[in-house]
Design a protein around this ligand. Structure first.
Ligand code: ZN
Length: 287
C-alpha cells in the first residue's frame, strides 16, 4: 500500500478530520538518516503530523515545524507542503533509548515552532512550550493554543524487532468554527474506549479505516485523498547555484584549499560533490 492521506468531515460537518499512513515515508527518512528506533519514532511522528499540517494548506504554501526539547535527540525539523511532500531530519539520529521513550528523547525543556509560508512577505510563526515531548500532545497543544482550534492529534510509529519500520501513521481531528463544543468532548470520550493507535496502525489499516476507528464509521464522510511521500526540495541545480552565488574568489579559494567541494543536504542527507574541473567551470560563470 502506497502512503496516502484522506480528508474527511464528521459529526454533521462540525468536525474536519485527516488521516494518513506514512509507513514508506518514515522508512525512507530512516534509511536516509540511518536513524535508530527512538530517533525514527520521534522523527516519524513529527513528519506524520507535519504532512497533515501541509495538507491543510493550498497551492504553493509550505509549513515547517521545529521541535527542540533539550533531550538527546536535539532538534527535529520537518518541512511539508500542500502536495503531500514531506522531508525531515533529527540532529542525533543515533539516539536510541531502551524503552523507546520518545518523550524522554525529545525532552520537554523547549518549544514547538511552526512557520507557515503562505506567500506573504513574512511567514506566519506560532510557538508553544512542549507539553510532553511525545509529539502528538505537543501538536495538539500548538493547534489548540496557537491556532485556537480545538484539536486531537494522534501519531505513532511501530518498529520491528530488526529496527525497521513496521508501520506509521496518524490523524488530526479539528472542531470547525461554530461547532458544538460538546462534539470534541464526545470524540475524546470515544477515543478513551478504543484500541490504542499503535495497535491499529500496526495492523496495516488504511487512513479511511483509521478515521472510522477513531470517529465511528457512522459519523464520518470521506472527501478526498492524496498521495504522500518523502520528497526533498534540494537538487544539483540548486546546490550549483548556491556555489555560483558564493562568487569567483570564494570558489578559487575552494579550488586552492581542497581541490573540491562537498555540500550535504541536512534534510535528505544527499551529498553533492564537485571536483576541481567542475569548480573551475562554476568560477567562470560566477561574478
Ligand atoms: Zn535534500
Amino acid at each position: 500500500m502506497k502512503d496516502y492521506l484522506v480528508k474527511a468531515v464528521a459529526y454533521q460537518n462540525q468536525v474536519r478530520a485527516y488521516a494518513v499512513n506514512t509507513t514508506k515515508t518514515v522508512a525512507e527518512a530512516q534509511r536516509r538518516h540511518a536513524a535508530l528506533p527512538t530517533a525514527t519514532d520521534a522523527l516519524g511522528r513529527s513528519m506524520t503530523a507535519g504532512v497533515i499540517l501541509g495538507a491543510m494548506l493550498k497551492g504553493e504554501e509550505k509549513v515547517s515545524v521545529k521541535i527542540n526539547g533539550g533531550g538527546p535527540l536535539g532538534t527535529i525539523l520537518v518541512d511539508s507542503n500542500a502536495k503531500g511532500e514531506v522531508r525531515g531530519y533529527v540532529s542525533n539520529p543515533q539516539t536510541n533509548l531502551e524503552m523507546n521513550e520518545v518523550g524522554k528523547a525529545v525532552g520537554t525543556n523547549g518549544l514547538l515552532t511552526v512557520s507557515k509560508d503562505v506567500g506573504l512577505m513574512h511567514p506566519f510563526v506560532g510557538q508553544i512550550p512542549l507539553v510532553s515531548g511525545e509529539i502528538g500532545e505537543d501538536y495538539t497543544s500548538y493547534l489548540s493554543k496557537s491556532e485556537q482550534t480545538a484539536s486531537a492529534v494522534g501519531v505513532d510509529v511501530v518498529m520491528n524487532p530488526d529496527y525497521s519500520v513496521k508501520a506509521a501513521g496518524g490523524f488530526i481531528i479539528q472542531l470547525l468554527p461554530g461547532a458544538d463544543e460538546d462534539v470534541m468532548n464526545k470524540i475524546e470520550e470515544r477515543m478513551k474506549g478504543i484500541a490504542p493507535l499503535s495497535s491499529v496502525i500496526a495492523e496495516d489499516c488504511t487512513p479511511e479505516q483509521l478515521l472510522e476507528h477513531v470517529l465511528g464509521s457512522e459519523n464520518v464522510t470521506m472527501l478526498e485523498s492524496m498521495p504522500v511521500q518523502f520528497q526533498c526540495q534540494c537538487s544539483l541545480d540548486r546546490i550549483t547555484n548556491a556555489i555560483i552565488s558564493l562568487g569567483s574568489e570564494e570558489i578559487q579559494d575552494m579550488i586552492q584549499t581542497d581541490g573540491q567541494a562537498e555540500a550535504n543536504c541536512h534534510f535528505c542527507n544527499e551529498t553533492y560533490h564537485f571536483d576541481t574541473e567542475q569548480l573551475e567551470a562554476l568560477k567562470e560563470v560566477a561574478l
